[in-house]
Design a protein around this ligand. Structure first.
Ligand SMILES: C[S@@+](CC[C@H](N)C(=O)[O-])C[C@H]1O[C@@H](n2cnc3c(N)ncnc32)[C@H](O)[C@@H]1O
Length: 207
């Protein structure tokens, strides 16, 4: 990658620096469970989660360099040691850097909606992605998704309801507009200020 502002933070890992399937317990210097946020943006969500869940290690992933810089600064200001910010593409990172059945939780908040009908095939979260994710979640691990875009939220809610390997944590609802104690991300707050509802979908990989 060229012309990227270098990131000096000790919490930062670039795709190029990461070995194939690194030893995450060595990276974090402990054996705590591992959670992944995909598309961390400015890092507000992961910093809130990591602050309140010190017994868990968080990988915050984004391919946007400026977002990684902001996320690193935010995590450093919060003096967190249980967060690493990784600049990489989600699918390539998961395949190259994680062991199957290694994640305790995955969070995806307000992914790019690709709203026009002809753009929808570019959406990150689809059947292929869910199948990929499933194999990297431990039995009992959580997958939480949020979006302001009703079509994305409802489509994913239906898609998840057909996955035999997952159990709906919001049953009997397929989606909700709030999950108690779930931190608000920058985009969630922006959409809520515009009067939009957030669609939350939450599942657990069956044991
Ligand atoms: C609309 S923003 C939402 C940011 C944040 N989650 C929030 O809710 O405020 C989507 C973020 O996902 C990142 N992103 C989109 N596709 C990605 C991918 N395939 N791999 C890694 N990051 C991705 C973008 O760079 C952007 O920062």
């Amino acid at each position: 990658m060229h012309n990227l502002i270098p990131i000096e933070s000790p919490l930062f890992l670039s795709a190029e620096d990461l070995a194939e399937r690194p030893d995450w317990s060595a990276v974090f210097a402990n054996n705590n469970p591992l959670a992944l946020e995909i598309g961390c943006g400015i890092g507000d969500f992961v910093v809130d989660m990591a602050t309140h869940n010190k017994e868990c290690n968080f990988i915050a992933l984004d391919f946007y360099n400026k977002g990684c810089i902001k996320s690193c600064k935010r995590a450093e200001r919060a003096e967190l040691t249980n967060v690493r910010i990784v600049r990489d593409e989600a699918r390539s990172f998961i395949r190259r850097c994680l062991l199957p059945s290694s994640l305790k939780a995955v969070y995806i908040n307000c992914p790019d909606p690709w709203p026009k009908r002809y753009q929808r095939k570019r959406r990150l979260v689809n059947q292929e992605f869910i199948s990929l994710l499933e194999s990297y979640l431990k039995p009992g691990a959580f997958f939480t998704f949020s979006t302001d875009f009703d079509d994305y939220g409802i489509d994913l809610a239906h898609l998840m309801s057909r996955q035999t390997g997952f159990e709906n944590m919001l049953a009997p609802d397929l989606w909700r507009h709030d999950i108690e104690d779930y931190p608000r991300s920058k985009y969630m707050l922006k959409f809520m200020a515009e009067g939009k509802e957030i669609y939350f979908v939450q599942y657990r990989r069956k044991a």
